[in-house]
Design a protein around this ligand. Sequence first.
Ligand code: S3P
Length: 469
Amino acid sequence: MIKLLADKNSVSVIGLNKPIKSEINVPGDKSISHRAVMLGSIANGNSTIINLSVSRDNLATVTAFRKLGIRIETLEENKIKIHGNGLYGLKEPQNIINTYNSGTLTRLISGILAGNDFFSVLSGDKYLNSRPMARIIDPLALMGAKIFGRKNNYPPLSIIGSKLKPIYYDMPIPSAQVKSCLIFAGLYADGNTVIYEKNKTRDHTERFLSLQDYPFTEEGTADGGNIINVKGGGELKPFNIEIPGDFSSAAFFIALGLLLKDSEITIKNVLLNDRRVGLINILKRMNANIAIIDYREDFEKVGTIKASYSRLSAINITEEDVPDMIDEFPIFAVIASFAEGITTVHGAKELRVKETDRIKAIVTNLNKFGIKSKEYDDGFEIEGNPNYSEQLDKLNKSDKFEEFDKLNKSAEKKDNGSFDIKSYGDHRIAMSMIILALLLKNKETAVNDVRCINTSFPGFFDILKKIIL
Ligand code: S3P
């Protein structure tokens, strides 16, 4: 059961005591929704988008392009028509562009604004304005862009658009946001911009360029990397698409289906881009019962995911595994908490600069739940226990809390014995902790600061309510 508390920003969760069998849909993919609005706005002509994510981050992108003079009609709740005005059809905004909590909006739009001949300022919430931007400021400056940030690294960012020079850029960190920012700037450069990524990252931007018939090439390298070559000054054709369900949102329900005894959850029409489904491959290695059915390929790969209760074993995650599951670590940590053995994650330092320091947030919260976990500089470790929920329930019933306290020294509980957990303002930490709380049979947990869930998944509680009734 989930109850919204009086402050309207915390929930009380009582762990489930019966299995779930359910079929659900999740909202349109967030990464694709951002790109659809951006690339539709600078296309020549009208584009229609169905199943757009209407999360706060995505609505911020729609508002940003309206401020830049683009007409975007809302046809239905998740359906929009963009009246694209070409590469140079944007107008100087009269005010700052609010990027809310969105790193993707901030970093991608910077590439477009850097090539447009006007002044603009980007600023977001306190979390966004603490995230590093040197990763885009430095390469954009190499292209001749005039872009400045607080301490040369943080938003607000101010940009005076200008003519850009093409560059060859060897990406120092795997990041689809940085890659996409430079592809966008490349559209405005005088010649061919070439980007090399050693570790492949999500390729939604490249897929849009193909869909829009834009002149560019993409080639695999012998070391398993990728070279992207974008010609400046081409024309982007408009498009009509239906955005598949967001795999990162589906991941919370996959976890519930796998971990709740005798359960099965089916999630329909989910994006299955190879660079996004790393978690599925990892789960298979952990012995998960997870199947893809009804697989098909359109401008992106799509299918239905079926996740059934599984006894999982621990796993070691290394640097190569990280980019393909970068947003799934908070929920992966929950899964690892119920897998037999010690799970380790290395090569994931990027998690420290996401919406919050996710390594710290994961480890602090798991320890509060009494699950043994510790931080590494570049990852974390979790001692999993497949029987944790049953053990906790037994102690709960027999009132032997001293025993529990001895077993789980780190656990922090309120006076009534319930756990007290924080989201650190991070939507994915909040949702992961709610799933974990639901898995602790009959146990009560307060999860605080949950309004941030609207950042990516405003319908999260509605779907949960539907399936746990
Ligand atoms: C995103 C890329 C990833 C991811 C983010 C969305 C994108 O960030 O974490 O949620 O849409 O390009 P990085 O590319 O910085 O790793």
